[in-house]
Design a protein around this ligand. Structure first.
Ligand code: ZN
Ligand code: ZN
Length: 390
């Protein structure tokens, strides 16, 4: 705990704090263009970065970090770090910006709580998840170098940024994992390498001894498993020479296939198999997941791994999620039935094959007795053009 009495602020320092208080990015930019040290504290022993983190303003936080704000600088009387304040703000972008600048996650305040624990305490589970899924970039960069007797590195350096983002993604819905593999630069063309590195990261994590983070190890296993299944599926389809539909889209479609009661049976089976294949059966986490799976009236496998990785109960229960990729609070709705939500047109398109019939039923309020329509890709896309998302 600091016993320091704060020094009076200079005029420039006060102006900086005022700009942060007013969320005035432009004003702050002009103030920072001079070479000014932003590692100072005000009368409450709070630094500009701590104030900005508490306000949850990502742009201002980044400006201060770029100006040389020390992310772990802390004289606060209750030892709240910038990361504690960010967790309290509820803005996960701010949390991530601080982590990427080296914020320590295990620092505790004077009541013995870490930033993740404080964020959980005020119900900001999105911030907890970002902290719990954080991996220093150096852990990925390790594989871009040649070690010992290796002939070459396991990971091409240009893939490092994408892979880092991929493994830190908080939304672990399998469709989101596949979409990330498609969307993060370079990954889709190097799936075998990516899989190998993620598998090695899993093994390395389990060998850390008392430092082992089982949750992270399982997450690596899950990501590698998903890549492996995608690779196997691609191989199978390429042999069958079926070029009518994109293989990745077909893989996603299979995951989203509804069983009886709309329950996603094939996705459930996919995740259960992944849990069964986790090689570290003596781990506490493995036993916990198996116990949940085999209990009376078990929750979906997705909510079990989400509870394991993100410490959250339930996935689809309370919050609205995208029907395709599980992203929370999606911005759009199916304009016809207004009963399902999506991130964007792509997510809607990927789900349309299964939603089509339900959509009709939901929007008319009657059961349809029509035979299932066999859609082809072209028909599908022209149809969906008329079904604008709103
Ligand atoms: Zn989505
Ligand atoms: Zn609909």
């Amino acid at each position: 705990m600091s016993e320091k009495t704060p020094k009076p602020l200079t005029e420039a320092q006060q102006k900086i704090l005022d700009a942060i208080e007013k969320n005035d990015v432009l004003q702050l930019k002009s103030l920072l263009s001079e070479k000014i040290n932003v590692n100072f504290v005000d009368g409450n022993l709070m630094s500009p970065l701590q104030h900005a983190a508490y306000k949850g303003n990502k742009e201002i936080v980044q400006l201060l970090l770029d100006q040389g704000a020390d992310v772990n600088f802390c004289e606060h009387q209750h030892n709240y770090t910038a990361l504690h304040f960010a967790g309290l703000s509820g803005n996960r972008e701010v949390v991530l910006a601080l982590l990427l600048s080296g914020a320590k996650t295990q620092e505790t305040n004077t009541v013995g709580r870490t930033a993740a624990q404080m964020a959980a305490f005020v119900g900001h589970h999105n911030c907890v998840a970002v902290i719990n899924n954080y991996i220093p970039k150096s852990e990925v960069d390790y594989y871009t170098r040649i070690h010992g007797l290796e002939m070459q590195q396991y990971l091409m350096p240009f893939l490092s940024d994408s892979l880092h983002k991929f493994i830190m993604e908080v939304n672990i819905h399998p469709v989101k994992v596949v979409l990330n593999l498609q969307n993060l630069a370079g990954l889709a063309d190097h799936l075998p390498d990516i899989k190998k590195v993620v598998e090695m990261m899993c093994e390395k994590e389990m060998k850390r001894g008392p430092e082992t983070n089982e949750t992270m190890a399982f997450k690596f296993h899950y990501l590698a498993y998903t890549i492996d299944e995608l690779l196997k599926f691609k191989q199978k389809k390429e042999k069958a020479d079926d070029k009518k539909i994109d293989v990745v889209e077909l893989f996603i479609r299979n995951l989203l296939k509804p069983g009886k009661d709309g329950h996603l049976e094939s996705m459930d089976a996919f995740i259960k198999e992944c849990i069964r294949e986790f090689p570290y059966r003596e781990s506490t986490l493995f036993r916990q997941m198996v116990t949940s799976l085999t209990g009376l009236d078990p929750p979906s496998a997705l909510s079990i791994i989400n509870a394991a990785i993100n410490g959250q109960k339930g996935f689809i229960d309370n919050i609205s999620v995208c029907s395709t990729c599980g992203e929370e609070k999606p911005a759009k709705k199916c304009s016809k039935c207004k009963a399902v939500q999506y991130c964007d047109r792509n997510c809607q398109r990927l789900h349309w094959h299964w939603h089509k019939k339900a959509c009709q039923r939901l929007s008319q309020g009657v059961e349809t007795t029509e035979a299932p329509v066999k859609p082809d890709a072209a028909e599908l896309s022209s149809e969906i053009q008329n079904l604008l998302i709103s």
